[in-house]
Design a protein around this ligand. Structure first.
Ligand SMILES: Nc1nc2c(ncn2[C@@H]2O[C@H](COP(=O)(O)OP(=O)(O)O)[C@@H](O)[C@H]2O)c(=O)[nH]1
Ligand SMILES: [Mg+2]
Length: 255
């Protein structure tokens, strides 16, 4: 059986991301240079865990953030996946975000403790079109608080409403979301992993809060994704009665 460290070594994925101020993840370097890099990064590496019910979109958010990809098919996450991406913040600050994605089924499992402990930030994701996923948010928050209560610095908590592209199917009202976030001292975000809307901005905002820098308007605007409108097909088209035209006559008259 793989130990957690082994899983980390074998599954850790470093994404080299395009665009803007991000530096691509560095290729292997010699020991001296590596030591130098680690020194540079030592106070700028943040562990961010992504929690929430299965199907809320955790893997999709991670995949959108780490390699700007979206898969419309659902593949249950078994165990853990790790992604990392460098982000540039104001003041030429570079951070390396290590994002940990876990299967939603693990809330009661022992694995959750190992996964969440030591996190600098925890995202609790729910699907805005699924009331059950929002109802379970408090269980996730309680579990995270319990696991990290011994931590010197508790993780920052963020409430993330995903699938905002399905606005017409939203069942969780914004005031309900905001009330929960306020009551639990959580930062609040709305994203769509599908369109990419606000995904990078959310991670950048979390990184900026962790470092203690403020994002400028330009930083925020550089992450805004222009989402193209899309005409969607009806999922369950109404079955139309087939009329045998040889037996009926239909007259449409415009007067
Ligand atoms: N429309 C829409 N579907 C999404 C979005 N995020 C995830 N999905 C879909 O929801 C399903 C579950 O997503 P996944 O990321 O695997 O959820 P996880 O179980 O929380 O990791 C998949 O079919 C995704 O394609 C989104 O922002 N919008
Ligand atoms: Mg998953």
């Amino acid at each position: 059986m793989l130990t957690e460290q082994k899983i980390f070594e074998t599954r850790f994925k470093v994404a080299s991301t395009g665009g803007g101020d991000e530096k691509p993840a560095k290729p292997p370097v010699d020991a001296e240079e590596q030591e130098e890099n680690e020194k540079d990064d030592s106070d700028r590496i943040f562990k961010i865990v992504v929690c929430g019910d299965g199907s809320s979109g955790k893997t999709s958010i991670c995949s959108r953030f780490s390699h700007d990809h979206f898969d419309k098919n659902y593949h249950q996450t078994l165990g853990l996946d790790f992604f990392s991406r460098r982000l540039g913040l104001p003041g030429e600050v570079q951070v390396l975000l290590q994002v940990w994605d876990i299967g939603g089924q693990s809330i009661a499992g022992e694995m959750l403790e190992k996964y969440v402990y030591g996190a600098n930030a925890a995202l609790v994701v729910y699907d805005v079109t699924n009331s059950g996923s929002f109802e379970d948010v408090s269980d996730w928050v309680n579990a995270i608080k319990r696991i990290t209560k011994q931590q010197e610095k508790p993780p920052r908590l963020a409430l993330v409403g995903n699938k905002t592209d399905l606005e017409h199917r939203r069942v969780i009202r914004i005031d309900k979301h905001n009330k929960f976030a306020d009551e639990h001292g959580m930062t609040s975000f709305y994203v769509s992993a599908k369109t990419g809307d606000s995904v990078t901005l959310m991670f950048r905002q979390i990184a900026a809060d962790l470092v203690g820098v403020a994002l400028s308007k330009t930083d925020v605007e550089s992450d805004i994704v222009i989402v193209e409108g899309e005409v969607t097909k009806e999922e369950n088209p109404v079955k139309r009665r087939v009329v045998d035209q040889s037996k009926n006559t239909a007259v449409c008259s415009i007067q």
